[in-house]
Design a protein. Sequence first.
Length: 319
Amino acid sequence: MNKKILILNHHGIGDVLMNVPLIKTLHNQNFEIDMTFKSKLEQSLIEPMNIVKKSYLYDFRRKKFPNNIINLILFMNQLRKEKYDIGFSTCGTSIFYSKLLFKFLGIKKIIISEESAESNNHKSKINLHLLTQLKIHRDDFIDDFSIQFPKNFKSFSVPKNYICLHPGSGPFETHKRMKLKDFKKIFNLLPEMNFIITGSEIEKDQCEELFNVAKFMNINIKNYCSKMDIFQTAFLLKKSSFVIGGDSGILHLANSVDIPVIGFFGPTNSKHTGPTNKNNIFIHDKKCQCKYPQINDGCDCMNNFSTYDIETAINSINK
């Protein structure tokens, strides 16, 4: 009988996609996998692989009292109907919450990452390394981030030779966003290039602001923000030359369809959370005074990228 494992991940798109090697390795080792997700969006990225047997949704970071308590009880009672041999808390998930949940569920074998956000080890590597506790050899690790499109996905025509721009970083993590002045530098360096803006409904304001700036500069640009679902966005990324944006889930989505990125990083650590395509170029704000998750208004991050660094990155990724 296959051992049954519960994997905890209540973060966004990027963290879920960084866990693809983990779940592929466990599936290949014949584990029965259940997994928690923040929302249906993150769940949908994994579903077409047919690797995870049961999914459970709970966004414990966004609920407010008393709904957070009520929803947590309902969520835990759902899980309590199952019997798990192993509990696995992925890198970045709250250690306190993980231990509490696993104890409540009566799971005796628990695996929890205690590496901090300042670690220079990549999250995906940390999670894979933890599998040695299950006597899975490193030679059996599947270091593959690719995702599958749903069977009913319909491709569509796209422009030729374009770059995707992603100005957003969700509704809360504003410290990861690129500034308009840096997009202007890109437009000045590539005035004849075609661009497509990607983003969700909650990033619509940033997308429209960028679109208006580009049109004022007579740049050939299309704004697909809030017009595409997650797999349509992945398709846009897959057909692009490369992707430009701050540290966000979209950079990892590009990674999952094997498209390189130019990633702009401020308080977050690209070695720990960046996408892993070998052709990626990362530009770091060397004057940033803060390290994630210790963020405040005086950090002055995502504000110090030179035209020279941007031009060098573009030339390097175009080779």
